[in-house]
Each structure stands twice: as structure tokens, then as C-alpha cells.
Design a protein around this ligand. Structure first.
Ligand SMILES: *[C@@H]1O[C@H](CO)[C@@H](O)[C@H](O)[C@H]1NC(C)=O
Length: 282
């Protein structure tokens, strides 16, 4: 057979072994505790894979052993396949207490063949109400995809497969609290929310399809380097601003995949939008 295809497979091999090296330290035994749901939460493949499941009796969840303050957090998820309507897979960072901060990804399941909703929110000082929702540009149940949070003193960026979908800027200068003083743990849970998740509770969970299972792998945490010239470190996520490509990707997502934005929900804020909504976007 032709040598070009051989050359290509060597190339693919090199790239994939590089990826394997980059994630070589991911070990769920080391970084996470299974926190609820008994044996519905499992770690296997020597710590490389974790699964959560949900049945009629209970869901399940896990949480990080450590607490984090600023950095880039990556996790690959493969969501509940088939008829997942009514199930919610929550993956989030949160601190403790009544004035807690929180950075949320929530995946709302759907009936077979219909799109998941990616629901996002940011809580500061115990107050949320900053929802943005998106459809995804792929089927999140077929393969693993990477969901990331870049959390820095200047901004929080939500990314899907390295494409920014949402940016929450530090707007303290106009009176909006920003999460920067409280360490957060990483949490995930799979639970039943058929009372609200599927079009306000219209579609119910089909328990004949239980147990529902979601999978996790390749967790990675990279601390943000503290100090003045963070851009000199070389990794692009450390930069204070999104680069032109990322800004273009963000606009593409916001234009074609965003289905709800609290910042444009007039009915909800008849007195005027929250101050951070008036800030110009990236
Ligand atoms: C489920 O699919 C319907 C129809 O395509 C869509 O309107 C809805 O936003 C989807 N997601 C959820 C969670 O209901």
C-alpha cells in the first residue's frame, strides 16, 4: 500500500503518545473521593477511569480531595447515552458555606437523538442567577470530550474541547463580586431532575433504561502562575486576554449554539440587567 498512509499513521501514533504522556499523571484514586451513591460511583482501569451511575434508588457523586485557587482544570466526560431525558450530570467547582462561589457545568439529558443542553452558571458570594445555556456541536455521548475551566483573577473561561463558550470577566470595578478569595473543590454528580431539567418537567425519566452511566477520564489541574508577567510562561491559556482565534470561536458558539443568556432575558430583569451584562464582551 502507499507510503503516504503509513506516514500518516506514524504521525497519528506520535501525536497520541504525546497526549498519553501529557495525561500520564491522571489518577482518580489519588485526586478524588467517591462521595455518595455507594457502589454506583466506581474507579477502575487502575485509576484512569471513573463512572457515575443513577438508578431509581439513587444517583452518585465524587469530589476532589484537594481545594484549588486559580488554574486550569480539564476533565474528559462521556455523557449518559440513549434516552437520558430527566438525568442531569453536574460537573462544577464550589467553595463552602452560605457565601460560597461556584463555577458550574451541568448537562441536561434528552430523549434519544435530541440534543443535550449544556447549562452554565457562576455564583459569587452565594448568589448565582447567571445562567447561559448551549447546544453542543457534537454528540457528547459517543466519545469523550474535554470540558475545562480557566479560573484566573481576571476572568473565568468555560471551554469545550478547547473552544471558549463563556467568559465571566472580573467586574469588581463596577461592583460585581468575583470568586478570588475562597478555594474550591471539584465536584460531579449524576442525579434525577425530571421535575425541571427536561422542558420544565414535561419529559420524565424512563427508569426501564436505568442504570444511567456517565464516564470520566484524564483529569488535569494546572496552577496559574502567580506574579506579574504571566504571559511570559509560554502557555497561551495564561494570557490575560483571549487571542483572536479564541475570540472568533467564542463568537461562533454564542451565535450558533447559545440558547439562553440571562444577559438578554428582559422578562427576568425588567428593572435592568445585572451590571456585568453591560460590559463589552471579548
Ligand atoms: C431536548 O430536545 C428538544 C427538541 O429538540 C429541545 O427543544 C430541548 O432543548 C432539548 N433539551 C432538553 C434538556 O430538553
Amino acid at each position: 500500500m502507499g507510503s503516504p498512509s503509513n506516514g500518516f499513521s506514524v504521525f497519528v501514533l506520535v501525536i497520541s503518545s504525546m497526549a498519553a504522556v501529557a495525561f500520564a499523571t491522571s489518577d482518580f484514586y489519588q485526586d478524588f473521593d467517591l462521595s455518595w451513591g455507594d457502589n454506583r460511583a466506581k474507579i477502575f482501569n487502575g485509576g484512569k477511569l471513573l463512572s457515575l451511575s443513577l438508578d431509581r434508588v439513587s444517583g452518585s457523586g465524587f469530589q476532589s480531595k484537594k481545594e484549588y485557587l486559580f488554574g486550569r482544570i480539564d476533565m474528559q466526560l462521556k455523557l449518559v447515552a440513549g434516552n437520558s431525558a430527566g438525568t442531569v450530570t453536574a460537573y462544577y467547582l464550589s467553595s463552602q458555606g452560605p457565601t460560597h462561589d461556584e463555577i458550574d457545568f451541568e448537562f441536561l439529558g434528552n430523549v434519544t437523538g435530541e440534543p443535550y443542553i449544556l447549562h452554565t452558571n457562576v455564583y459569587t458570594q452565594g448568589k448565582g442567577n447567571r445562567e447561559q445555556q448551549f447546544y453542543l456541536w457534537f454528540d457528547p455521548t459517543r466519545n469523550f470530550h474535554t470540558y475545562s475551566v480557566i479560573w484566573k483573577p481576571q476572568h473565568i473561561i468555560f471551554l469545550v474541547d478547547n473552544t471558549p463558550v463563556r467568559v465571566f470577566k472580573n467586574a469588581e470595578s463596577i461592583g460585581v463580586p468575583f470568586p478570588k478569595n475562597q478555594r474550591m473543590r471539584i465536584y460531579s454528580s449524576l442525579w434525577n431532575a425530571d421535575d425541571w431539567a427536561t422542558r420544565g418537567g414535561l419529559v420524565k425519566t424512563d427508569w426501564t433504561k436505568a442504570p444511567f452511566t456517565a464516564y470520566y477520564r484524564n483529569f488535569n489541574f494546572a496552577p496559574a502562575t502567580t506574579g506579574s508577567s504571566s504571559s511570559s510562561s509560554g502557555s497561551s491559556w495564561e494570557n490575560a486576554e483571549l487571542d483572536a482565534t479564541s475570540r472568533r470561536r467564542l463568537r461562533w458558539v454564542q451565535k450558533y449554539f447559545m440558547i439562553y443568556n440571562y444577559c438578554t432575558d428582559l422578562k427576568r430583569f425588567p428593572q435592568g440587567f445585572p451590571p456585568e451584562c453591560r460590559r463589552s464582551r471579548f
